[in-house]
Design a protein around this ligand. Structure first.
Ligand code: CMC
Length: 446
């Protein structure tokens, strides 16, 4: 749509005139005024292109590094009100889902738009469960990694490698194929994650147990040793399921934007989600849970917290697990996670780093530096403490974020594919480099 209408006469403001959903813009370089339609409180960036100095002018663009104020899509999956600290999946508050739903039910909701009926849920669970096994060659592939390889590196590569095992995945506009790849991606994530973990320990891989729940089977593949039948601890199984719900989607974050961007080239979903997993690995995104725990260990004691906060305020380091692009209030996920932490500590014993975390939060919530910038604990601040108490090594923390995020990624990918307004993602740039110049032979260069 390209609907900016140039107006020959400057528009006068008439308070009695009926409200119009348009924006009037006057270009002071030419004196021309343009009326641009406003829909959903948004103007179309393409409408700015009519604003030109002369016929040869390319037209106006908007400049928005890091997409601070640019909507890249219309979505109906996840809603966040960052000022109020609200998060909803398909309209359902995260608090209600965390209390009443299971992760697989939530994944169904994200992907299908509605909560499943009993028979739909049974069928969904059956399909996911029956896609948890991985090809024996993937085991050999994992064996090739060095013993101290980071499990996120193994996860990213193995998800990408799945595309070579399932070439049918390239039929992205076939709904049946998309369904199959969805089962495979959600079903195989815990298996690849657990196998990566066992590989780093040099322990034999544990095959999926289809009689267990999604998180229960994951715990089985991670921690089973000599038992004939592994029985997950119900408190840990439930805690993990809730953590999975909280991490399932988060609208247009860095990795969701990645799967949409990479997927827009129409590559298969395994390659697109491997790219999203790579985006998640960064310390400013899903890698922050690992970094937050390393930070608490580095601080070392409650007495040293004020000194560390001083360094943060001096810009020497960041308080990992704090701050968010969208939330300018307490992250609603962090509130639920704090509650789960105590339930896990009741069972496993209190994590000694908890006191340091609580002191960081106490000081930060009172300190002007953090208050002024609206920096609150995010999802990654307390998760590391829980994961550590559950027996996970730090390198597994981002993996624990990636497993449930797969359902959100696939939902975002499919929404993008079926959106007729979407095309290959291709931003513009402002070129400020050299103008044309002639090649200089090497011997003449200074
Ligand atoms: N510690 C100290 N100062 C901070 C922090 C922090 N964690 N986060 C932001 N600030 C300051 C920042 O220095 C800047 O100050 P100033 O205005 O004086 O330059 C101001 O707050 C705004 O920060 P920003 O970097 O412009 O904000 P952003 O929206 O680009 O970044 C963020 C958001 C999450 C990357 C950032 O808050 C951060 O680096 N946090 C630590 C990493 C972290 O916990 N990431 C997990 C995010 S939640 C999980 C997920 O969905 O990925």
């Amino acid at each position: 749509m390209d609907s900016a209408i140039p107006m020959t006469q400057p528009k006068t403001t008439d308070s009695s005139s009926a409200r119009r959903d348009t924006l009037s813009v006057t270009d002071n370089r030419t004196g021309k005024t343009y009326e641009i339609p406003v829909t959903n409180d948004t103007i179309r960036a393409n409408d700015l292109r009519k604003i030109r100095v002369d016929e040869s002018d390319f037209g106006m663009m908007s400049y928005d590094p890091a997409f601070n104020n640019t909507a890249s899509c219309i979505s109906r999956i996840t809603f966040i009100d960052g000022d109020k600290g609200i998060l909803r999946y398909r309209g359902y508050p995260i608090e209600e889902l965390a209390e009443k739903a299971t992760y697989l039910e939530t994944a169904y909701l994200l992907l299908h738009g509605e909560l499943p009926t009993e028979s739909q849920l049974r069928e969904w669970q059956h399909h996911i469960t029956h896609h948890t096994f991985i090809h024996e060659s993937i085991k050999k592939f994992l064996d090739g990694f060095h013993y101290d390889a980071h499990p996120m590196g193994m996860l990213i590569s193995t998800i990408a490698a799945l595309s070579t095992f399932y070439p049918d995945a390239k039929h992205i506009f076939d709904p049946e194929s998309r369904k199959k790849q969805t089962y495979r991606l959600i079903g195989k994530m815990p298996t690849i994650a657990a196998f990566s973990y066992r590989h780093t320990l040099g322990m034999p891989y544990v095959y999926p147990d289809n009689d267990l729940s999604y998180p229960g089977n994951f715990l089985n593949m991670l921690f089973r040793t000599s038992e004939t039948r592994y029985r997950p601890n119900p408190t840990l199984e439930k805690a993990l399921d809730i953590l999975f719900i909280l991490h399932a989607d988060h609208e247009q974050n860095c990795s969701a934007n990645t799967i949409r961007g990479v997927g827009s080239s129409h590559v298969d979903p395994f390659c697109a989600s491997a790219a999203a997993t790579a985006a998640l690995y960064g310390p400013l995104h899903g890698g922050a849970n690992e970094e937050a725990l390393r930070m608490l260990m580095e601080i070392g004691s409650v007495q040293k917290v004020p000194e560390f906060i001083k360094r943060v305020k001096a810009g020497e380091t960041r308080l990992m697990g704090f701050g968010h692009r969208i939330y300018k209030n307490y992250d609603p996920r962090a509130r639920i996670i704090k509650r789960i932490a105590y339930e896990v500590f009741d069972l496993m014993g209190k994590n000694p780093l908890l006191e340091i975390a609580l002191e960081c939060e106490r000081i930060a919530l009172e300190d002007e530096y953090f208050v002024k910038r609206k920096l609150y604990p995010n999802v990654d601040f307390y998760t590391g403490l829980i994961y550590q108490s559950m027996g996970f090594p730090m390198t597994m923390f981002p993996v624990l974020f990636a497993i449930p995020r797969m359902s959100g990624w696939v939902a975002q990918w499919e929404e993008m594919l079926l959106d007729t307004e979407q095309k290959i993602a291709r931003p513009r740039q402002i070129y400020l480099g050299h103008d044309t110049r002639s090649y200089v032979p090497i011997e003449q260069r200074s």
